[in-house]
Design a protein around this ligand. Sequence first.
Ligand code: NAP
Length: 542
Amino acid sequence: MTEVVSKSQSSEHDYDAVVVGAGIAGLYAVYKLREMGLRVRGIEAAPAVGGTWYWNCYPGARVDSQSYIYQYWFSDELIQEWDWQERFPPQAEVERYLNFVADKFELRDNFAFETRVTSADWDNDAQCWLIGTDQGESLSSRYFISCTGMLSEPKTPHFPGKESFQGTVVHTARYPREGLDLKGKRVGVIGSGATGIQLIQTIASEVEHLTVFQRSASYGVAMRNDQFDDAARDHWRSKSAELQEKVNNSFVGFDYSFENGSWYDHTPEQRQHVLEEKWQEGSLSMWVGTYPEMFTDEAVNEEISCFVRDKIRARINDPAIADRVIPTTHGFGTYRVPLENGYYDVYNRDNVELVDVKSAPIESFTAKGLQTSEKEYPLDVIIMATGFNAGTGSLARMNIRGREGLSLTDEWNKDIRTTLGLQVHGFPNLFTVAGPLAPSAAFCNMTTCLQQQVNWVTDCIAYLRAEQVKSIEPTEAKQDEWVDHHDEVANATLLAATQSWYTGANIEGKPSRLISYIGGVNEYHRICDEVQASGYEGFTKI
Ligand code: NAP
């Protein structure tokens, strides 16, 4: 331990690093910092590890990335020991994996569970963070690293009359761990994004009656989910070095990229062939492995959207229902594309009803169910699959104050600005893994981007300690440079105009900006490496 951090040994509440979150990023960050010899404390609101995969235990929750790239790369032993069961594992399997990691590397002892950070104040004289928790603790730490995930703060619409409803109301991200008995019940699901789709397709056959309250339709891609045997596992294990290299150098952190060249270099027959081939793969390669022009060129996007609309239409018996389930107000891929596994087929069932709440919005709860502007729907259980206050939500809740009392919440209420999504001007030694304006915010296979970001942060901390630098913070000019670049890339795409959590449009009053960097994971890594190699040029070091 260097002199710079020797203050950290002065009391049991003084740490070199505090990491918030025991999900994919938090576990890895704690592991790495501990390996570097730092006194590190993890803080987690849940009673157990898992992060997203702890909280989102609703029926049908499943990862849309293939298991063999949705994993840690830092330990070959771990890669050899863990047996993935499926191509796209369910929530319980990913949660088991993260528990396995926590056990194997003895990470639990470094965490305080069932604890929330309630304040974090930068002490400029001591050059450290003073951190308060809801357990009444006060900690000090040189570095404050948030690994709270992009989608942690559930968005729950406030329809009046909730207290009068006699049934059960839950949000998918706070689904009861013991489950809910939905058999024989009249269930209403609000929301038909990636979460709603997984939930609806899973519970439709179990419930007595399912009412789907849909405001916007989603383009789902039919998932091809293979079960893995030992031979399949051996195959993917033997490729792990190659896969790691591939995902880190790809456009969105997957083992596929836009490898077909330009749309305009292909004949209509070739394009059809590529789209059909990608569709048959049954993965997100249909989204981020066809043609790059899909994101920038309206005409190309419309042709690909038509291809997907036809696929959806073929699944639904009633053309009138198909018309409502097929998206027309946004183009394919301009918003997160969910994989689906029987979703569209549920609309062929007699016990499923689709209610369009765009034309007739939900107005209130009643004692018996939900009231739209047209009629009342009697329900026993209401499940909100209504999404999240993405990116900024969980950070805003921690009441983070930087130099001269600057409030991160207030700053981001005005304008969401970061440097590489990793640091914020005015907040020394705050590192925001999965923060806004990085690919990890939405446009990446999460394990790829989270590991790269944790590596960047821990390399930066190693540098600061070696150079006896107490704090680091981007200059305003450096931050402006990154935000300008981010905006330039974002505004050249069709994504910047979507009305979704991608642009903050799902939260009233949230400043509008594409939350995720869309210049490519490969390009982002190059820029991060360049910053590091330059000795953090454009950053103030004290
Ligand atoms: P979401 O995409 O934001 O969808 C929320 C849904 O709720 C939308 O259909 C929205 O309609 C609707 N909604 C919100 N407020 C409403 C209101 N007042 N009245 C009626 N409808 C309302 O949230 P999500 O489905 O939870 O997905 C969020 C993200 O989580 C995904 O994009 C994905 O990145 C991630 N995710 C990943 C996986 C996976 O890997 N397999 C699974 C699930 C989720 P509008 O669109 O009209 O606002």
